[in-house]
Design a protein around this ligand. Structure first.
Ligand code: 13P
Length: 250
């Protein structure tokens, strides 16, 4: 069976609850594409109003973060079961901004992937190299290390259902998109890595997104690549353009 495309917005630390509801209203009629799964990954405080705002549409809601314990004395944190109960279906794990600013390492991210599945959430696991690593020619070595560490001990049937997002750090928020060839090369390499770690069926089933300055003008070409199953979209997910990205095939 062909993989379904999945286009997810990563709102990052943008949109107050009332702005979030307004954005959902703006996007409502623009993000209809039966061939594409659409996800809004939103700040924790926007989850409840956004779940309500997208009710009755095909849009799914994702979280940007959670903590690895179910409950307890972790002031300020939110757990995976809390997200699930609020109506969240997807969660971003391992975004480069969390790796860099919040020092989340692969051992911690591995726990997050396992906890997400335990709670019934689908991880969108991010990986990606820095410009320096690309220039040194170690991109694929680095990405393979991230994938292998973050998925350590995660069973094939879970990996088959998850989403991996390839986001070259130098392409995030810079307006500098990876070329279609660069994006496809790494996404193909990630699929090969999954095949090596698991089997051909798992590699065929896992969905791999590209992220990093995805826009209405480059989405069609990127998403047409054989190993790119959609996108994780930052800046362009906060405006009407997101509708054009979801409808990249029109
Ligand atoms: P931009 O689309 O703003 O480059 O952000 C990409 C990203 O980090 C999505 O997670």
């Amino acid at each position: 069976m062909a993989r379904r495309k999945i286009v997810a917005g990563n709102w990052k630390m943008n949109m107050t609850p009332s702005q979030a509801v307004e954005l959902c209203a703006t996007l409502k009629d623009l993000v209809k594409n039966n061939k594409v799964d659409v996800v809004y990954c939103v700040p924790a405080i926007d989850i409840v109003p956004v779940v309500k705002a997208v009710k009755g549409t095909r849009v799914k809601v994702g979280a940007e973060n959670f903590y690895i314990e179910d409950k307890g004395a972790y002031t300020g944190e939110i757990s995976a079961p809390m997200l699930k109960d609020a109506g969240v279906e997807y969660v971003i794990i391992g975004h480069s901004e969390r790796r860099e600013y919040f020092k989340e390492d692969d051992a911690f991210l591995n726990k997050k992937v396992k906890k997400a599945f335990e709670a019934g959430l689908t991880p969108i696991l991010c990986c990606g190299e820095s410009l320096e690593q690309r220039e040194m020619g170690v991109t694929m070595d680095w990405i393979r290390l991230q994938i292998k560490s973050d998925l350590y001990g995660v069973p094939a049937e879970q990996v088959a259902k998850m989403v991996i997002a390839y986001e070259p750090i130098w392409a995030i928020g810079t307006g500098k998109t990876a070329t279609t060839e660069q994006a496809e090369e790494v996404c193909k390499g990630i699929r090969a890595c999954i095949k090596e770690m698991y089997d051909a069926a798992t590699a065929k089933s896992v969905r791999i997104q590209y992220g990093g300055s995805v826009s209405a003008s480059n989405a069609a070409e990127l998403f047409a690549q054989p190993d790119i199953d959609g996108g994780l979209v930052g800046g362009a997910s906060l405006k009407a353009d997101f509708g054009k990205i979801v409808n990249y095939d029109k």
